[in-house]
Design a protein around this ligand. Structure first.
Ligand code: ANZ
Ligand code: ZN
Length: 745
């Protein structure tokens, strides 16, 4: 009897599958299924055990769909612009593209060792000029349609990194990466007008299959509010509660508004809701009239009203608003209770406001896509002609920002100084680069390019082929990724897709039909895995010791997929033992015969099929274990039954499944075999349904849980028991699944 030796089996099959190109998606072929997993940032540390969870999960979906006869698109690539690589370059002087190459080579090797069924022929890398040529092209289209613009923006500024930060990069008032307190600065920035899409980004969530939690996150970020604008003298306030106007006892305004109205600086700074621990304010001395009752109200400048939202001014109603109440108590302002409510539009007009701000799209960094415009003293901002794309990153000597906080690109005169494409006069390139979010905002389309699209210079002609492929494969049928990307990445890529949809380049307004998110894998003991804590589990070692199939199985078994779970070195032996037992079961396979307990297998097929769809991988594996236990009690296992068991084990543990498939004498690769369907009913699957004809119960039929209406109807029509009541054709049929069927003839 041979022993289970994953080291031998796994490499062998990985090579064989690659040779056979089993996982290649076919352009234009029917019954497409696009399974997408967020592509990784190829860090220097390599893949860690946490990554394996999501990739294995989508691999299971992709494998199942293939054997269900789908033309599966399951691609992978690298989201490779990013700060760690740039910081490494700053420290060591090693060019980011060199480091990226090394890191992606390592990630690729690691992915392959896990037996993930990616179509490697479609691999993309956001830092490849052939790729970012298109990121730049999309930027130019946004520019052409007025959705990219340059404006002075108050930005969060990290004085240490000398870089503008997006709101989400500011954590508790500090720079997310270096911890320095963030300052506000005015700086010319490229902006993308995502707010023009706010309503669609909000509303279209109705049409996609995302978890409620994710929809709520998206909606909160967009922050749609229906309210009213009401004039209190010269000050216009925004309120969602115009009904409370008779309870207003003062008006509170943002510092910027106070400065505009009085010319004075009151030394008050706005804080976000999170930052705001203590309410502070100063009486400006101004008084304005409440239009509801003519009362004169004092105007205070406060730290809890922001200039960025609504009108930057509020009517304060201490009786009904907690923040106003706190403020009123502290500064002895009146609190009026039991006032009379007003109608919604009695004193102002209805408006809709969004919290969403335009997207600050500039970074003063090296390692990003150069923004493809040229500044000409005579012509202004001139887009780089499409034929001149990509604008490649120049080689630089130093990767740090300049003294004035400009990007390192500004220190390469040969690159910066160009001729204006419009007038031919001397002009300068834009030196800002795009943020890390750019490349991932459209990568699901990049996979669909014919490789020609990447090699040839830009021209509309070349787009045709890709657009056909976009039409064929889009939208993404199932997108899985981390919880931490369900707000911004999802929002940004939905925005770009909607824009491309408006340009008639993609077939649907939403890029992702369905989104799921996996929970984190924590380190042993429950802490977050991180390099600094030295608690990272390296999958390479697990693969070496236990095999990839064991690692895959373990990560899927470890707990409910959407919840965070802690790694446990003691538990990994469980899945390994299970696979050893499955391996030994193959010895009992005989060409013919029958199982003494066939129901277990049928139930297992049914359960595993359903559990994969709901990502209940842990319960699917439990059921596979129950089935294997039952097989152990059998004297012999018929070949066809064991083959069906292998077919449902295969998405989880593809190597051992293939090995045993061959061993028991099945033909071809098992990954080209068909997904089995449960044939017979287990005792629990059988149910009785009452049959009512013209209002009278005429008996019951025996069927199975979840049977289709069509099938039930056929059974009734062909049953002698009911035929005599069906004196004329069926007019109407009402089927309450698993309970009753009511027929009118
Ligand atoms: C009077 C009032 C009475 C309010 C009441 C609330 C409750 P949303 O849109 O749901 O977040 N507000 C308006 N602009 C603001 C700004 N720039 N900074 C801080 N707060 C602002 O909430 C809108 C409500 O937040 C508005 O309705 C306003 O306070 C405040 F019982 O007006 B309300
Ligand atoms: Zn010019």
């Amino acid at each position: 009897m041979s022993k289970y030796d994953p080291a031998k089996i796994e490499k062998k099959w990985q090579k064989e599958w690659e040779k056979k190109k089993l996982y290649k998606a076919i352009d234009g072929k029917d019954k497409k299924y696009y399974a997408l997993m967020e592509f990784p940032y190829p860090s220097g540390e390599g893949l860690h055990a946490g990554h394996v969870r999501g990739y294995t999960a989508m691999d299971i979906i992709a494998r199942k769909r293939r054997t269900q006869g789908f033309n599966v698109m399951f691609p992978i690539g690298w989201d490779a612009f990013g700060l760690p690589t740039e910081n490494f370059a700053i420290k060591t002087g090693i060019a980011p593209d060199k480091v990226t190459k090394k890191n992606t080579d390592n990630f690729r090797k690691q992915f392959k060792s896990l037996g993930l069924s990616f179509d490697w022929s479609r691999e993309v890398n956001t830092t490849d000029p052939k790729y970012y040529k298109w990121t730049q092209w999309i930027f130019l289209q946004l520019l052409k349609h007025g959705l990219a613009y340059k404006a002075k923006a108050t930005i969060n500024w990290c004085p240490k990194d000398k870089i503008g930060l997006a709101n989400e990069e500011v954590v508790n008032g500090r720079c997310e990466r270096c911890g320095t307190p963030v300052e506000k600065r005015e700086k010319e920035q490229w902006m993308l007008a995502i707010t023009k899409y706010a309503e669609r980004l909000h509303k279209d969530l109705d049409d996609v299959d995302y978890p409620d939690r994710v929809k709520i996150q998206q909606r909160n970020w967009i922050g749609k509010s229906e309210g009213a604008e009401i004039n209190f003298g010269d000050i216009k306030v925004f309120t969602t509660r115009p009904d409370t106007i008779f309870g207003a006892t003062f008006v509170a305004i943002a510092p910027e508004i106070a400065k505009k109205l009085t010319g004075k600086d009151f030394g008050i700074k706005t804080e976000t809701e999170k930052e705001n621990k203590e309410k502070i304010g100063v009486d400006t001395g101004l008084k304005v009239k409440n239009p509801a009752n003519g009362e004169m109200l004092p105007v205070w400048v406060v730290n809890y009203v922001s200039v960025d939202y609504g009108t930057g001014a509020i009517m304060a109603v201490p009786a009904d608003d907690k923040r106003d109440e706190e403020f009123a108590k502290k500064f002895n302002l009146p609190i009026v209770k039991d006032y009379k409510p007003a109608g919604f539009e009695d004193f102002g007009k209805k408006v809709i406001r969004y919290k969403l701000r335009d997207w600050i799209f500039s970074r003063q960094r090296y390692w990003g896509e150069p923004i493809p415009v040229i500044h000409c003293p005579d012509c202004g901002i001139v887009p780089v002609p499409e034929k001149d794309l990509p604008v490649k990153l120049p080689k630089v000597k130093k990767y740090t920002y300049t003294e004035t906080g400009e990007s390192p690109l500004a220190s390469v005169p040969k690159w910066v100084n160009v001729k204006c494409p419009q007038c031919g006069g001397p002009a300068k390139r834009e030196t800002d680069t795009m943020p890390n979010w750019a490349g991932s905002s459209w990568y699901y389309l990049a996979y669909l390019f014919d490789k020609k699209g990447f090699k040839n210079p830009v021209s509309i002609g070349n787009w045709k082929l890709e657009i056909d492929n976009f039409k064929h494969f889009m939208p993404v049928d199932w997108y899985n990724g981390g919880m931490e990307h369900t707000t911004l990445h999802l929002l940004y890529s939905r925005f770009w897709n909607k824009f491309l949809y408006d340009q008639k380049l993609v077939p649907t307004s939403e890029p992702y039909k369905k989104r799921t998110s996996h929970g984190l894998i924590l380190a042993e003991g429950g802490a977050k895995m991180s390099k600094s804590k030295g608690n990272i589990i390296n999958p390479d070692e697990i693969v070496k010791t236990y095999g990839a199939d064991t690692l895959r199985l373990y990560e899927m078994f470890i707990g409910p997929f959407e919840q965070a779970v802690a790694w446990s070195s003691d538990s990994i032996i469980g899945p390994r033992r299970f696979l050893e037992r499955v391996f030994a079961l193959a010895e009992k396979v005989k060409p013919n015969g029958s199982l003494s307990n066939p129901d277990i297998l049928e139930k297992t097929i049914e359960k595993v099929s359903n559990d994969i769809e709901s990502m209940s991988f842990n319960t699917a594996i439990s059921q596979l274990m129950i089935c294997a236990n039952s097989f152990e009690k059998e004297k012999n296992i018929p070949q066809k039954d064991f083959a069906r068991f292998l077919a449902i084990l295969a998405p989880f543990a593809p190597h051992i499944a293939e090995e045993l498939w061959q061993k028991i004498g099945m033909k071809g690769s098992m990954h080209e075999a068909e997904w089995p369907t449960a044939q017979k009913l287990g005792a629990k699957g059988a149910i009785k349904i009452a049959v009512q004809i013209n209002g009278k119960v005429r008996g019951v039929i025996e069927t199975r849980v979840d049977e289709t209406e069509e099938k039930i109807r056929q059974m009734i029509e062909s049953s002698p028991k009911f035929k005599k009541y069906l004196t004329s054709p069926i007019k109407k049929i009402i089927y309450v699944p698993d309970r009753i069927v009511s027929i009118v003839v």
